[in-house]
Design a protein around this ligand. Sequence first.
Ligand code: M6R
Length: 612
Amino acid sequence: MCGIVGYIGNNAVAEELINGLKNLEYRGYDSAGVALNDNKNIDIFKAKGKLCNLCDVLNLHQKDLQNSTGGIGHIRWATHGSPTVENAHPHCSADGKLVLVHNGIIENYKELREELVKEGFAFVSQTDTETAVHLIDRTYRQTHSLEEAVLNAVKRLKGAFAFCIMHKDEPDKIIAVRKNAPLIVGLGDNENFIASDIPAVIGKVKKIIYLDDAEMAIVSKNKVEIKNFNGQLLDKKAELISFSAETISKRGYKHFMLKEICEQPDIIRNILAQRMSDVNNQIQLPQVNWNEILKKSKVEIIACGTSLHAAMVAKYFMEDLLGIPVHVEAASEYIYRKTVTDENTLTIGISQSGETADTITAVKQAQDKNAHILILTNRPDSSIVRYADSLIPLEAGIEVSVAATKSYTAQLISLYLLTLAWAERKESLTVRLQKLKQELLEIPAKLEEILSNENCIKKCSELFQKYKSFIYIARGINLPTAMEGALKLKEISYINASGYAAGELKHGPIALLDENMPVLAVLIPGTPTYDKILSNCEEAKARQAHLIAVTSSHDEHLNTIFDEIIQIPFSDEVFSPVLANVPLQLLAYHIADNLGREVDQPRNLAKSVTVE
Ligand code: M6R
């Protein structure tokens, strides 16, 4: 969590830092701060809350900011210490000469803090970060070399850290270091940038260097040197940025979330065009090692949040189409128990960001047990990829809104492609396989049809936004759809919502039902449980609950049960989770927007959860 930036060059430093931080706001918005170096002094400006509060503070000091030549900045998602100005970064040494911003968690900060306090260092915040400042400062006082002091200090730190560090007495450089937290250096003309993620430098530079773990960058206006933690110079190649500035603009939409929902048909069309030229040709997943995967007798899928829901959907169709056992587990649970993972296991790690700490740890554990690791991520440049034996990039484009939408759909499509590709390499299912491949190609047009119905979903949102709590029900392959729909509503509207297996309603949750508890049901006709869910809905109606259906059925009888019916196109049940999910995304979006919520930046959340 948290985002860090650094800039050294001739432009207005505060402006460059704020522009970078704006594009990293998805990483946290509890507080923000910058430190500006004008070759004589380092000035720190901080504000609690969103970046706009920091902009107000900086505006008040406009005249003091003219001569800065370098600076570092931070946006915070609070871990150690509440979101106050004292705990906001940058943190500085007692003499104000050394300043630092941090993304990550220093796990051994308590023992280091005790050691430093005994030596007389005074702490002014509750953060783990401040230990790093004093640790570096302690050596700097002896060596008078920032590089040496940093290298010395990082050897003592356990946990995850990406730092940008400046010292008043070495104003021509910013030092950046990385261990288990992402960091890039953007290479410009007479200026250089440092950032936690690419969006901060899109449109500013064309080339970047990805720092790897245990690497340090010494960044000046005209020069960037990369060294390892032993101080040896490394020859790192710069890479071209493949994203355009368009990818991180709202393009006229009110929120990134709505833009990202509406992008889904095109994204899926592109993925399918890359992977499936024709139903008669084999599906292409070039970074998948089929020699290894075809030998595996069991699959486990590990993920968190929305990615976990994609994994849950995949279990249904993988077991159905491949006939092998698939175990799905939240990464945060997986890492604290003895699993039966072994060399016969294919472990699939799914993570939009590729930076989720729980998922990374789980994947690493599976690798230690000799499983073959297949990673599905939207960020092939992310930390999780270093554990990948096989890789499927999601190709959803940068997802800015904290609520995952297009990445979920891209995860589902990639999991379908994986399963169908596996089935065709096993030479099973020929007739059904052809039919499913054909249907897969029809999904983008069906998604467009759903999106063209947005007004009907908006109307439904206006009728239902008054409720304080919702129940979402479904069965089988759409149970995760109900859970994902409920998660989306919860996280952006702050309305309580739970996803239940419809058959479980009568075992407890039915006690909640009355006229104040609407029930949303996902009903796919032609499935063995369609009539059963309908009966569950009748039972809810008998208890005065108001009901919404998301369905591809045109059965007239539904009008007698449901207050609102959201129609989706018909498909094989296997693909219904992709279609049924989009109206739930739109419903959550419109309810949250109607209620005036901060849709793209819901409270307490951040896009990538890099702490356990
Ligand atoms: O980047 P990841 O896919 O690993 O993220 C996992 C979850 O943190 C994420 O899906 C989260 O639940 C989102 N807020 C859902 O909208």
